[in-house]
Design a protein around this ligand. Structure first.
Ligand code: ADP
Length: 184
């Protein structure tokens, strides 16, 4: 059983690392950003509601996000573990997650640490529709206000580790795998 939360700023490399880790541990990579972008691409009601919020760099409502995560975690493939990417992002989401998992919990929350100037440069290179300078600044501001406090939350509620997010993809993966395997 490997229930993991991958934390870190926008552009810290969570998505890239989760793809590698999902293959390594044979557990699903659950990204709320990817699920929202899929809804936007399908033109569903959820997607229409989320698109303007995402393009401005704001947060979609906790209620909506907790609803999609609840559905996703109830799927058969998530019963043996999962990697959560981009969720939780607020204290309400973090509390909602632990409630959903109860009586189980998260095995490990990992914070991938990268300085602001580096993540900003990475996002500008990526060029997604929400990677404008204004939306990037807004996302980092919300990260500081809403998401950074979750590091303390997870440190208290479960195992927590931080890893240096600078270096090659495989170097960063090696650091994360060492933390996960160190739990066993
Ligand atoms: P990034 O980490 O670069 O912001 P994501 O793919 O994680 O990229 O998220 C893109 C956008 O989707 C966010 O700016 C936000 O609008 C929305 N979003 C994703 N996950 C959440 C979440 N857990 N809570 C609220 N909004 C979310």
């Amino acid at each position: 059983m490997t229930r993991l939360v991958i934390l870190g700023k926008q552009g810290a490399g969570k998505g890239t690392q989760c793809v590698l880790l999902a293959a390594h541990y044979h557990i699903p990579h659950i990204s709320t950003g990817d699920m929202l972008r899929a809804a936007v691409a399908q033109g569903s009601e959820l997607g229409l509601e989320a698109k303007a919020i995402m393009d401005a760099g704001n947060l979609v409502s906790d209620e909506l996000i907790l609803g999609i995560v609840r559905d996703r975690l109830s799927q058969p493939d998530a019963q043996k573990g999962f990697l959560l990417d981009g969720f939780p992002r607020t204290e309400t989401q973090a509390e909602g997650l632990l409630e959903l998992l109860s009586p189980n919990s998260i095995d490990l929350a990992i914070d991938i640490r990268v300085p602001d100037d580096v993540v900003t440069a990475r996002m500008l290179e990526r060029g997604r529709t929400d990677d404008t300078p204004e939306a990037i600044a807004r996302r980092l501001e919300l990260y500081r206000a809403e998401t950074a406090p979750l590091l303390d939350f997870f440190e208290v509620k479960c195992h927590f580790a931080d890893v240096n997010g600078l270096g090659s993809e495989s170097e960063v993966q090696g650091r994360i795998v060492a933390e996960i395997d160190g739990l066993k």
